[in-house]
Design a protein around this ligand. Structure first.
Ligand code: ADP
Length: 254
């Protein structure tokens, strides 16, 4: 079956003055996949994502999202994407339901706040303020808000940074659930176990260039085929397994 390209990036260049932060990046994202952008700090991931999200001007190259050209139809792109807002956008006086209603108003979209909160296990926080939430709950709410305009693609920037192991796993399940409902997900992360678990394909970006792009499995097989072996024999469990085994599998925040 021919896969449908929902994002096409061709020879993307971004210069800040003389400095080229993105040096001719090309990649495609297919509809319904979870696509990861991986790479060290400063590699150019955020710059690339923000250009695709219409939040930053590019210097050169072509970008289409959902068939819309970034140069000629940025407003059409805005309508079909969901982005995480900076937490400073969450008015401190409003509770979660009121925030969702406000964003729905901004997007001119009817919203069902309780249903959205239920999907993200936040129903009992409906009347809470954002600042009263735990780290995991904040992240879940932030991802929930990306869905308010019923986008075809959502962009998640390091969604599990700073979370405990249970909350990270809980978020992984939610991201899989969002994808199962037909949404394409583009994610950045510094956790390679997360990328391995979630991503159908990932691009590894370094110094403004894509240096590898494939499924996690194929990238690993490729390294192994070159004779790579881990220096230490791997045990049947790791410290994270110990942590989860001892503290329980469930989310415990409240
Ligand atoms: P990443 O998301 O992979 O950490 P960024 O896209 O944030 O990388 O940054 C890529 C490079 O561009 C870095 O060297 C960063 O310092 C530089 N950069 C990012 N934003 C700006 C800006 N507004 N002005 C100048 N340089 C910037």
């Amino acid at each position: 079956m021919e896969k449908n390209k929902i994002i096409e990036v061709r020879n993307l260049v971004k210069k800040y003055g003389e400095f080229a932060a993105v040096k001719g990046i090309s990649f495609d994202v297919y509809e319904h996949e979870i696509f990861g952008l991986l790479g060290p700090n400063g590699a150019g991931k955020s710059t690339t994502l923000e250009i695709i999200e219409t939040l930053r001007e590019k210097t050169e190259g072509q970008v289409t999202v959902g068939g819309f050209d970034l140069d000629t139809a940025p407003n059409d792109i805005k309508k079909i994407i969901g982005v995480q807002l900076q937490s400073s956008g969450y008015y401190p006086g409003l509770n979660l339901v009121e925030l969702i209603e406000m964003f729905g108003g901004l997007y001119n979209q009817p919203v069902q706040p309780i249903e959205l909160l239920r999907l993200f296990n936040l129903e009992d926080k409906a009347k809470a303020k954002y600042k009263e939430l735990s780290g995991g709950q904040k992240q879940r709410f932030s991802i929930a808000t990306t869905l308010i305009n019923k986008p075809r693609i959502i962009f998640l920037d390091e969604p599990t940074t700073g979370l405990d192991p249970q909350a990270r796993r809980n978020l992984w399940d939610l991201i899989l659930q969002v994808r199962a409902q037909g949404t394409t997900v583009v994610i950045t992360t510094h956790y390679m176990d997360e990328a391995e678990f979630l991503c159908d394909r990932c691009a590894i970006v370094d110094s403004g260039q894509v240096i590898a792009i494939d499924s996690p499995d194929a990238l690993i097989d490729n390294l192994v085929s070159k004779g790579f072996e881990r220096s230490k024999e791997v045990k049947k469990a790791n410290l994270e397994d110990v942590f989860i085994h001892l503290t329980g599998k469930d989310l415990r925040e409240s």
